[in-house]
Design a protein around this ligand. Structure first.
Ligand code: FDA
Length: 384
């Protein structure tokens, strides 16, 4: 069969690109090995799909070239996607920090994208293996179909049990495109024996500012039996490199807090001062670790300063991450150096486009990754 465009991957980016190109008049084939389109959309946001973020801007993305994402994000913005969602009558709400979720179900987003594909006359072929990709005379040949343009929207290898694969990198290799080494991102961190005490409080969460290098996020952290998780940790995990410490601030104004406790309750001990600000079990572990036995009224400024340091700079040395099996996204990917930021077309292979998570552009937690999928897909879809 002859088409104008073959899109590989019926996930967020592939559905959007196929619909956009189809509605612009192209004959489009959309292929996926999965038996359902948009599987990651369906499980995203706890089943409600955090489909964009009101605060989307280039600063919320990691890439070897932090400027690359600007053009696509400016051409198809969060407001454009919200307008699409509104046109389909999907009710939504802002949960926190600009994160927009469906009131109902992520299924509505997949249904919307499939309806847009059907409006564009897109042929959707699921449960189909890609196999060898042929290329010659200006045409790409995949799974018995031929087209002048090929869009790679097969995502990254995070959560392989959802059908995720690193096929985009094999395709990149086939066409001589460089790949920034992929790594798990938005992923829980594992801790070694130095954090044994914190394993006892697996399941305890608290608001923190988490820091890795200059990256800092104020959200919840969660202690797990393997180490650290929760939104603040997932955010800094994308910036973390082996050997780097993760520093948590549990109480921002710790010195003032401790002095106030000493003034107002001089007979009390550290444990009770901490439990006024932190979950009880965390207060237990921390006060045992800090080991200030005196009543607060008998504690010097130097004592309180030492305690404050623990509360503002609780430092962990992760041994690693929980890997692609638990990573919400993959950082790294096909190098932006090889692509046009206007159209996502490979500079060295006319007609070949790479979009979505397969590209070395990774968003923060909070709807940014879907917005990148929509924006990069739209940029390619209108260019085709
Ligand atoms: P995506 O992974 O969506 O699609 C790739 C498609 O290619 C899939 O359909 C796959 O089956 C297909 N494919 C892969 N290999 C293939 C092969 N060898 N042959 C044929 N087909 C192949 N982001 C966000 O912004 N808000 C959120 O709420 C969430 N929530 C969330 C929860 C969980 C549990 C995960 C794992 C991820 C998220 N994300 C998220 C991230 C978001 O899901 C992700 O960034 C986008 O789905 C990326 O879109 P793509 O289309 O690039 O890849």
């Amino acid at each position: 069969m002859k088409y104008d465009v073959i899109v590989l991957g019926a996930g967020a980016a592939g559905l959007m690109a196929a619909a956009t190109a189809g509605q612009a008049g192209a004959r489009v084939l959309l292929l996926d090995h999965a038996d359902k389109a948009g599987k990651k959309i369906l499980i995203s946001g706890g089943g409600r799909c955090n489909f964009t973020n009101l605060g989307t801007e280039a600063e919320c993305f990691l890439s070897d070239n932090p400027h690359f994402c600007k053009s696509a994000l400016a051409k198809y913005t969060q407001w454009d996607f919200i307008a699409l969602v509104d046109r389909h009558g999907i009710a939504w709400h802002e949960k926190t920090l600009g994160q927009l979720f469906c009131d109902g179900s992520a299924r509505q987003v997949v249904a919307m994208l499939l309806e847009e594909c059907s409006r564009g006359g897109v042929d959707v072929r699921l449960s189909t293996q890609i196999g060898e990709i042929g290329h010659g005379d200006g045409f790409f040949r995949v799974a018995g179909a031929t087209a002048g343009q090929l869009v790679i929207a097969t995502g990254g290898p995070s959560i392989p049990k959802m059908g995720a694969t690193g096929i985009a990198y094999q395709i990149a290799q086939r066409f001589g495109l460089p790949v920034v080494p992929p790594r798990p991102a938005l992923v829980p961190l594992t801790l070694g024996s130095d954090a044994q005490a914190f394993r006892e409080i697996s399941g305890v969460a608290c608001a923190v500012t988490a820091r890795v290098g200059t990256a800092a996020f104020t959200e919840a952290a969660l202690f797990t039996h393997k180490g650290l998780s929760g939104p603040a940790i997932l955010q800094v995990s994308s910036y973390w490199k082996p050997g780097e410490p993760v520093v948590l601030t549990l109480v921002g104004n710790a010195v003032e807090m401790l002095r106030a406790a000493r003034r107002h309750a001089p007979r009390s001990r550290l444990r009770s001062a901490l439990s006024a600000h932190l979950p009880n079990r965390l207060a237990d572990v921390l006060s045992a670790r800090i080991g200030l036995e005196k009543e607060l009224g008998n504690s010097s400024d130097a004592d309180l300063g030492r305690v404050a340091e623990h509360l503002t700079q609780l430092t962990f040395h992760p041994t690693g991450t929980e890997g692609f099996a638990k990573a919400e996204v993959t950082a790294g990917g096909i190098s932006t150096q090889a692509l046009s930021s206007q159209t996502m077309e490979a500079k060295s292979v006319p007609g070949l486009y790479i979009i979505g998570e397969a590209v070395d552009v990774t968003g923060w937690l909070g709807g940014y990754n879907f917005q990148w999928a929509w924006s990069s897909a739209w940029a390619a879809g209108v260019a085709i």
